[in-house]
Design a protein around this ligand. Structure first.
Ligand code: C2E
Ligand code: CA
Ligand code: CA
Ligand code: CA
Length: 275
């Protein structure tokens, strides 16, 4: 049993070594990815549950690595955050997405994911102010999505930043609601305008009674606090029916639309242009 254990350990160690090396390579490549034109943006529709109308889009980052192909943001965003490359990448996302949204015919909302490093950067509020002025995007159309883990590094500073962002006229959504450590107290401490229920809950509402009860409670919480709730990761009609019956405000997921290049929504589909 002992030797088996050592073997397992050695295997684990070798695998870890590869992961560390892999991370360093990715980290290095990430620094040049924007300049080399390897990044692009996709947009996923957010809809009003009652009417089914598209009310806005969340912008999601994609990295097409020259040798590896598409690398998931779930893999490269944490690496970019550790190396601070996220500041440069995040700025690019903001500029590109705001410029894009400012060109839409309809005044739909734009939701942008923002990481902890950006929230804690002393230049972040100024950057947003400048990007809004430069692109002409109405601040009321921009929504910043923040996870609660992005706020805990320095909660006082994060609170100040969120207040300043709201001072610019934009909205703040709490992303991945329910997956953090103290969602309820964070909801009370920070000036959120919207709750986004994480897809891991939404996917189980139609198959797991406990999860259904949790989602119902979050919807009640939103009603009590006067905050709209968006359910992410909606994949099936059954999930959407549940959300409709429970009066969830907004939804996002493969059922309504996959994250796609913006051109997919500017073409006539079913006789209607989304943007
Ligand atoms: P997130 O903010 O929770 O975004 C939702 C993720 O769920 C996206 O994954 C989206 O493509 C995926 N998704 C949407 N609908 C469905 C569905 O119906 N079923 C399933 N299974 N998945 C669905 P993606 O694009 O791979 O992004 C992963 C995460 O990477 C995001 O999670 C976000 O935390 C981060 N991310 C993406 N773009 C950016 C960015 O520009 N900046 C920052 N800081 N983070 C980003
Ligand atoms: Ca998000
Ligand atoms: Ca999520
Ligand atoms: Ca399901």
């Amino acid at each position: 049993a002992k030797s088996e254990g050592r073997g397992t350990y050695r295997f684990f160690e070798a695998r870890m070594g590869m992961e560390v090396r892999d991370r360093r390579l990715l980290e290095h490549d990430l620094r040049h990815a924007v300049a080399r034109g390897e990044m692009h943006l996709v947009y996923q529709p957010q809809t009003d549950v009652g009417s089914g109308a598209v009310t806005g889009f969340e912008v999601l980052l994609r990295w097409k690595h020259p040798e590896r192909g598409l690398v998931s943001p779930a893999v490269f965003i944490p690496i970019a955050e550790e190396s601070d490359a996220i500041l440069q990448i995040g700025e690019w996302v903001l500029r590109e997405a705001c410029r894009e949204a400012a060109s839409w015919h309809k005044p739909l909302s734009l939701a942008v994911n923002v990481s902890a490093v950006q929230i804690h950067s002393p230049h972040f509020v100024g950057l947003l102010h400048e990007v809004l002025l430069q692109t002409g995007l109405a601040p009321g159309r921009l929504e910043v999505e923040v996870t609660e883990t992005a706020l805990i590094r320095d909660p006082n500073r994060a609170l100040l930043t969120l207040r300043q962002l709201k001072g610019l006229g934009l909205r703040i959504a709490m992303d991945d609601f329910g997956t953090g450590y103290s969602s309820l107290s964070n909801l009370r401490s920070f000036p959120f305008d919207k709750i986004k229920i994480d897809g891991s809950f939404v996917r189980a509402v139609d198959s797991n009674e406990q999860t259904a009860a949790i989602v119902r409670s979050v919807l009640g919480l939103g009603r009590g606090l006067g905050l709209p709730v968006l359910a992410e990761g909606v994949e099936t009609e059954a999930e959407l029916s549940f959300l409709t019956a429970e009066h969830c405000h907004a939804a996002q997921g493969y059922l309504m639309g996959r994250p796609s290049p913006i051109e997919a929504f500017s073409q006539h589909t079913h006789g209607e242009v989304a943007i």
